[in-house]
Design a protein around this ligand. Structure first.
Ligand SMILES: [Ca+2]
Ligand SMILES: [Ca+2]
Ligand SMILES: [Ca+2]
Length: 314
């Protein structure tokens, strides 16, 4: 009786580790607990429209998991339909930029160059920049290989939602074109959250933030991220800012110490035309979170099989 219970517990602990999330903008149990939970209220507006079409933007929590050769990520919260940007920087291979270069030119009016001078926490060297935005129609996503910041013309893959356009729940695909991605990036966007963090610059209600289940979700092939292998750590930094990439909100994951207002472009809420004054070393804690690439599912199954064989022979 005890042995049976132990075996079932082993199964219960092991099976979720093999399950891949469904990419639809809603957090699956397959992710496990959040890797980062918001620490400050939002100064970019608190979303109140249950249809997901109103104003307000916030980053409530982050979930990530590498499984079956792909990285799955969900950022819960809201993205205002005014072309404000949800920015996700990924450090998944050697090299990259700890201080972003202004050389790469991408996005509307080449505004990606406004990131030049922004400094991440020590140890975070960005390789890729993904960003999403919408204006009430289709949710759109770009994926940029920054190539170390040394080239102006960097490869960019783009995708717009193909389902649910104009509503608060959408989905689509950033199509593989070989450069920079060899495999599609499916994404889901669900903007219907009206809870989570409230408006302001004070400490966030982290229980409420962790309870939000909807937001932006995608998966990407590990081979399109420099092919991190089992045991490697992928670091992810998330920032909510304006459409021109020159004014950041106070919604960052990992979160900023509270109280904290908008970062603006100078780190203190001021507008300078670029993000060059932001240095995340000036804020306690890491403004990124980590996900470790696990052993391949086949090896995990082997481990489970071996464990059961030992129990049977006992
Ligand atoms: Ca890197
Ligand atoms: Ca909220
Ligand atoms: Ca920091």
């Amino acid at each position: 009786m005890i042995r049976t219970t132990a075996s079932l517990m082993t199964l219960a602990l092991t099976v979720p580790a093999l399950a891949a999330p469904t990419v639809d903008g809603t957090v699956d149990a397959a992710y496990g607990p959040a890797l980062s939970v918001q620490t400050v209220q939002t100064q970019f507006g608190d979303a109140t429209d249950p249809a997901g079409l109103g104003g307000g933007g916030e980053l409530d929590a982050a979930y990530a998991k590498a499984v079956n050769g792909r990285l799955y990520v969900t950022i819960t919260g809201n993205v205002e339909p005014n072309f404000n940007k949800l920015n996700i920087f990924i450090d998944s291979k050697a090299g990259g930029e700890n201080v972003l270069s202004s050389t790469p030119v991408y996005d509307f009016n080449g505004n990606g160059s406004n990131y030049g001078g922004l400094t991440f926490d020590a140890g975070f060297e960005a390789d890729f920049h993904m960003f999403g935005r919408w204006g009430g129609g289709a949710f759109e996503v770009d994926f940029v290989d920054r190539q170390g910041g040394v080239n102006a013309a960097v490869p960019v893959s783009f995708g717009a939602a193909s389902a649910g356009t104009g509503t608060g729940v959408q989905s689509g695909v950033v199509s593989a074109g070989g450069n920079p991605i060899a495999w599609d990036i499916p994404f889901g966007f669900n903007n219907t959250n009206t809870a989570g963090v409230g408006p302001g610059d004070q400490a966030a209600d982290q229980v409420a933030a962790a309870a939000v289940t909807t937001g932006f979700e995608f998966s990407i092939g590990l081979n399109d991220l420099g092919n991190p292998v089992a045991g490697d750590t992928v670091k992810i930094h998330v920032a909510y800012g304006n459409g021109d990439h020159n004014y950041h909100s106070n919604q960052i994951l990992g979160g900023l110490p509270a109280p904290q207002g908008n970062l603006g472009g100078d780190g203190g809420g001021g507008f300078t035309g670029t993000l060059s004054g932001i240095d995340f070393n000036q804020f306690a804690g890491n403004q990124y979170f980590e996900v470790v690439v696990p052993e391949p599912a086949s090896l995990a199954l082997l481990g489970l099989g071996g464990l059961l064989a030992i129990r049977r022979s006992a």
